[in-house]
Design a binder for this molecule. Structure first.
Ligand code: 5GP
Length: 203
């Protein structure tokens, strides 16, 4: 079985990355999004098990100690983590996997999976970023301000990623993401693994 490709998407808050990913998943049924665990309170629009697995901070810490996370990090005052078991099962079955995680998590993943492809999404301007956060209207004002301050730190890690997408027009951003994913799938290494029988026949 050929191992799947692993894609990491990071972006500062207010970039609209969730919308970009949602649209991509509609177009590409070969890729699966990892559902993270979080100690953050659930927003009204969110569904447990679809957007996140919402757990108490106590449970999260317990899972950390038990080694259930491939990576975990404290972001904007809450804990987030990627299920070790789910990623292993998905990758072993040849599934392409998308992780929507922060820069700290991305760095941890790169240390286990050096071939993981990092994609950073940026808003077109700081004004637009703030407008998107306020328009979402799902967080208190102090949370929004904390997220905006932390976003600057997050952007300082942009050079650690392989690709950068500007989310100005949603459709363009989604197409750019799809292009990156397709190009990575066509790299010689995964293609040689996938088509080893054909290549053997032809050589
Ligand atoms: P939000 O609370 O807005 O859903 O997410 C806050 C931040 O946590 C975002 O930057 C998001 O990418 C990040 N995040 C979500 N899930 C994970 C995870 O499993 N691990 C890490 N390290 N960050 C995550």
């Amino acid at each position: 079985m050929t191992a799947g490709c692993l894609f990491i998407i990071s972006a500062p808050s207010g970039t609209g990355k969730t919308s970009v990913i949602k649209e991509l998943l509609k177009k590409d049924d070969q890729i699966k999004l990892s559902v993270s665990y979080t100690s953050r309170p659930r927003r009204q629009v969110e569904v447990d098990g679809r957007d996140y697995y919402f757990v108490s901070e106590e449970r999260f810490k317990q899972m950390q100690v038990q080694g259930e996370f491939l990576e975990s990090a404290e972001v904007y005052g809450n804990w987030y983590g990627t299920s070790q078991k789910w990623i292993k099962a998905a990758m072993d079955s040849g599934q392409d996997v998308l992780l929507e995680i922060d820069c700290q998590g991305a760095a941890q993943i790169r240390s286990f999976f050096p071939d993981a492809v990092g994609i950073f999404i940026l808003p077109p301007s700081s004004k637009m970023q703030e407008e998107r956060l306020v328009a979402r209207d799902q967080d208190h004002e102090d949370v929004i301000n904390r997220r905006l301050a932390a976003a600057r730190e997050e952007v300082s890690h942009v050079n650690e990623f392989d690709y950068v997408i500007i989310n100005d027009k949603l459709e363009t951003a989604v197409n750019n993401l799809a292009c990156i994913i397709n190009a990575e799938r066509l790299r010689t290494k995964p293609q040689m693994e996938k088509y080893q029988t054909l290549i053997a026949q032809l050589t």
